[in-house]
Design a protein around this ligand. Sequence first.
Ligand SMILES: [Zn+2]
Length: 80
Amino acid sequence: MLIPCPWCGDREDIEFRYGGAAQVAYPTDPESADDAHWARYIFFRPNPKGTMAERWVHTAGCRRWFSLIRDTVTHTITPA
Ligand SMILES: [Zn+2]
């Protein structure tokens, strides 16, 4: 699978590390969030069959973080 690094171009996936789901919203009022709310924010992530926003880091290249949209079925990648 080729992953398009915004700075280096298309590279093999072996050069990257997966960083988890992107666009996870931080609690709007962290002082009043209860334990259940924090647990959802920290531990619960989407696991769709289809497109998903993800964070990746180019560990064997420029070492920069970026987001992309990946289809979890076909592995088709589009820039975020
Ligand atoms: Zn790069």
